[in-house]
Write a protein that binds this ligand. Structure first.
Ligand code: HEM
Length: 179
């Protein structure tokens, strides 16, 4: 019986592209052409972003002025290789890597794949902010976040085809669209 269940899971993992273990996440948010999954696990946030693009996908935590001030995690998959970076929106309509700004990349457990025009990245980060270019995830209410995905190029300086802003309670999963 157990062997049969394992075989079924493996078959599902091979047959169903994109997020392998979406069921593993506590919360799911469907946005136009993008799906966001996450689990808050103690002082860590595990997240998966999936979008209909061959370019980059991204989350920005706590934007203050348009994109400005947001703690950005951005990733893409090129020839099967995933690249996920920790950035900061050091201007209203642009961002730089924390490393370029003098900080460190706080992204843990980076993974990703690109199939049938859909790019999926997953990673873990701390709930707390480690450096001046990082923003905390609130656990006592809503956090403002922005999501976006690129036009199709893997370059992180390429602009976006889609962007949106939500207020999310990462503990309860409650999400309200702002714009
Ligand atoms: C180098 C890459 C990027 C460029 C060149 C760029 C450029 C721009 C530009 C020109 C605007 C104003 C036009 C508009 O409202 O669409 C804008 C707004 C916006 N961008 Fe970006 N962006 C970049 C990356 C990102 C990323 C990574 C995110 C999210 C994770 C993001 C989220 C947003 C949001 C939410 C807005 C609307 C802000 C508002 O009006 O409150 N952008 N961006």
């Amino acid at each position: 019986m157990f062997k049969r269940i394992v075989l079924l899971m493996l078959a599902a993992a091979i047959l169903v592209p994109g997020s392998l273990f979406a069921a593993d996440y506590a919360h799911r948010l469907e946005i136009k052409d993008m799906t966001v999954f996450w689990t808050l696990d103690g002082d860590q946030l595990q997240m998966e972003l999936s979008a209909k693009t061959t370019g980059w996908v991204s989350i920005g935590i706590d934007p203050e002025d348009a994109m400005g001030g947001a703690d950005i995690i951005i990733g893409a998959v090129k020839s099967g290789k995933v690249r996920i970076e920790d950035h900061f929106a050091d201007r209203k309509r642009g961002h730089s890597s924390d490393e370029k700004l003098g900080g460190t990349n706080q992204v843990m457990d980076p993974a990703g794949n690109e199939e049938d025009g859909v790019t999926t990245i997953s990673f873990t980060r701390l709930v707390t902010a480690s450096e001046q270019w990082d923003k905390p995830i609130r656990t006592d209410g809503k956090t403002r976040v922005m999501f976006a995905f690129g036009t199709g190029r893997d370059s992180f300086i390429a602009g976006h085809r889609f962007r949106t802003v939500y207020d999310i309670d990462f503990v309860t999963g409650d999400a309200v669209k702002v714009k």
